[in-house]
Design a binder for this molecule. Structure first.
Ligand code: ZN
Length: 179
């Protein structure tokens, strides 16, 4: 098990386009496993290569139904729309509402380099779109509305009024960017 440091908003790597993986080899498999370890460690539901500073088209996703490790994911079909609240491990404690397709089909390679097709809807479709956006250098706040900050429930006392609460969040972001 190996954890990789998560890059935070402001880091240029989050704004760059990731490159296609030419061959799914042991290097890529180790990368995917490290990404899964890192995602689970931080209670995330998805992680893209850019977020650990690796500009390769790799994502890991787990909506609660099991781990997906995808290489070169491409959305080939999409329909409907859904709006829901999103967060991101690269933007700790920041949330916003994002409109996404409700149903998508994703084609990718799995960790063995075998072609897979995933038909996803609802939450899983949302996570996949969020992660594939990362590979394009996009972050959810680019299109989100109602962006707000929230303190993690586990952190110290909640301030009594909203203003000082926001200050506390900013301090926490500065002093302790990744849990
Ligand atoms: Zn994200």
């Amino acid at each position: 098990m190996a954890l990789r440091p998560i890059r935070l908003i402001g880091d240029d790597v989050l704004r760059k386009k990731a490159k296609k993986v030419e061959r799914v080899n042991d290097f890529i498999r180790t990368l995917l496993d490290d990404m899964a370890d890192t995602m689970y460690k931080h209670d995330g539901v998805g992680l893209a290569g850019n977020q650990i500073g690796v500009l390769k088209r790799v994502i890991v996703v787990d909506d609660g139904a099991g781990l997906l490790q995808l290489v070169n994911p491409v959305i080939t079909e999409q329909s409907g729309s859904q709006t829901g609240t999103e967060g991101c491990l690269s933007l700790p404690d920041i949330y916003g509402d994002v409109e996404r397709y409700d149903k998508i089909t994703v084609k990718a390679l799995d960790h063995r380099g075998i072609k897979v097709k995933i038909e996803a809807e609802g939450y899983l479709a949302r996570i996949l779109q969020h992660e594939i956006d990362h590979l394009e250098g996009k972050v959810f706040i680019d299109t989100a509305s109602n962006i707000h900050e929230e303190k993690a429930a586990s952190s110290e006392e909640i301030a009594e009024d909203k203003e000082s609460n926001e200050e506390a969040v900013k301090e926490k972001l500065l002093s302790n960017p990744i849990d």
